[in-house]
Design a protein. Structure first.
Length: 486
């Protein structure tokens, strides 16, 4: 099995429903992400790309003719570069990353692109054909924006409940209150707003130029749903969206409807040489899991365990974990079933409740975001050039951490304790810390992948974040990938 590296990851800013990206077709969004990704790797000959994998959940509108291939063509890739579209619903973008990584690991490809796209604004209505010609009665239009439509009558009705009702069922199962969900949602907005203010998304966002009827184009460059002014008081005033009586899921503690695209460049060791770049991270393992469809939000529980087991890691080895925030109840349900997991490392830059959830793009967005996080974290661990060693220290105990307000008493009582550990080694540019990313709000499956920082140079280890050049290659960079485990 070959090592698989994430060389770079970009995404569009995430637009709100009928927001800044409403006029942009989904195939154009996908092409923009691919074009910008390759523009940041000018040494790569596009003809070397062996496949383009793209996730898309709806696929009923302008992206209906294999948006992976459409994105490659619209981005200007040679017509010899193939493309494929995959659908694991909300996990589609991450499934695209997993399939590309698997092809590279098995030697079927050396260089591949993976990503995802969704325009929920532009999702069309569909009109089923009648079973009989020239029907005299009325017919029904179905919205393809979100959720079940044209359901097979032989499906168990419990399996096809609205997605928000599924979140309510998870809240019932784990006794998650409305107050806990609102507190988690507020934390997501605050983290995302702080990350925006600190420029932490700058390395992954590729701004979109939006033509105007008059005047110059407007550049859209920031996620549109983040609310720096969010408050518990405002959230408490929102009415339940799915259960009118004693409901807990609201528009405030659920992800919004969104538009956006993301793309990643994946390579093996030989492909890495062709890019003239150094990778952000290395993919260690993947995992997929299924569960009863009406509890779809809990599928990540087993999927993450599988990915960690394949990587030979445990929760104590993680430095960050990205979990899609389709609903606060879904996230809190997963955390409740991971008693050994430290919730302080969950979604450090906010999640989908704040950033947005363009269905087919979200998994690729998560994989790219965590790769950039790991590269940035490693920059903090790398010594100055004159130093001869670096050190990493963990918190001395779980008592040093503040308990998040959204955790239940039963969950906090079982949170793991971390003993102090500091290790100093000869100078090494990176620590091999495993992290699990996942995107799995599909009704049936979850697909996480474990990612570790690459041992090679990245933009975050060469000068300041805002001023690095994509053409710079560190002369001190190792000639072969390696990593150090602490």
């Amino acid at each position: 099995m070959k090592d698989v590296y994430i060389v770079d990851a970009v995404r569009t800013p995430i637009g709100r429903y009928n927001g800044s990206l409403a006029a942009v077709r989904p195939d154009d969004l996908a092409a923009h992400a691919v074009r910008e990704l390759l523009a940041r790797t000018p040494d790569l000959d596009p003809s070397r790309i062996e496949d383009v994998y793209f996730g898309n959940a709806n696929g009923a509108g302008e992206e209906n003719r294999n948006v992976g291939r459409m994105a490659a063509l619209l981005a200007g890739l040679p017509t010899s570069v193939p493309g494929v579209t995959v659908n694991r619903l909300c996990a589609s973008g991450l499934e695209a990353v997993i399939q590309a990584a698997r092809a590279i690991a098995l030697g079927d490809a050396s260089i591949a692109l993976a990503g995802g796209v969704e325009s929920m604004t532009r999702a069309p209505y569909v009109l089923p054909k009648s079973d009989k010609p020239f029907p005299a009665g009325h017919t029904e239009l179905y919205s393809t924006t979100l959720g079940w439509r044209m359901v097979n009558p032989r499906m168990d009705p419990q399996w096809t409940v609205p997605l928000g009702e599924s979140a309510e069922l998870i809240a019932d199962k784990h006794k998650i209150t409305r107050a806990q969900q609102d507190a988690f949602a507020l934390t997501s907005h605050r983290k995302a707003a702080a990350a925006q203010a600190a420029g932490l998304f700058d390395g992954e966002i590729a701004p979109v130029s939006l033509p105007q009827r008059k005047g110059d184009p407007v550049v859209f460059g920031a996620d549109e749903c983040v609310r720096a002014d969010a408050s518990l008081e405002a959230m408490a005033r929102l009415k339940p969206s799915f259960r009118k009586e004693n409901g807990t899921v609201t528009a405030g503690n659920a992800s919004p409807l969104n538009d956006g695209a993301a793309a990643l460049l994946l390579v093996d060791g030989e492909g890495l040489k062709a890019t003239g770049r150094e990778p952000l991270a290395r993919i260690r393992a993947t995992g997929v899991s299924a569960i009863d469809p009406h509890y779809f939000g809990l599928a990540p529980v087993a999927a993450v365990h599988r990915a960690l087991a394949k990587a030979g890691k445990g929760f104590a080895d993680l430095s960050t974990l990205e979990l899609n925030e389709a609903f606060a109840a879904q996230v809190l349900g997963c955390v409740a079933e991971w008693p050994e997991f430290d919730p302080q490392i969950l979604n450090p830059q906010g999640g989908a409740i704040a950033l947005g959830h363009p269905l087919g793009a979200s998994g690729a967005r998560l994989a790219g975001t965590v790769a950039h996080q790991l590269a940035r974290k490693d920059r903090e661990l790398v010594s100055p050039p004159s130093a001869s060693a670096w050190a990493r220290a963990s918190p001395s105990s779980s008592n040093d951490r503040k308990t998040p307000p959204w955790l239940s008493p039963s969950r906090t009582s079982t949170s793991r304790s971390t003993t102090s550990r500091t290790r100093t080694t000869k100078r090494s540019p990176r620590a091999d810390r495993s992290v699990t990313t996942r995107r799995a709000t599909t009704p049936r499956t979850a697909a996480p992948c474990c990612v570790t920082p690459s041992s090679r140079w990245s933009p975050y280890t060469a000068g300041t974040r805002r001023r690095w050049s994509w053409r710079v290659r560190s002369s001190a960079s190792p000639t072969s990938p390696r990593s150090t485990t602490t």
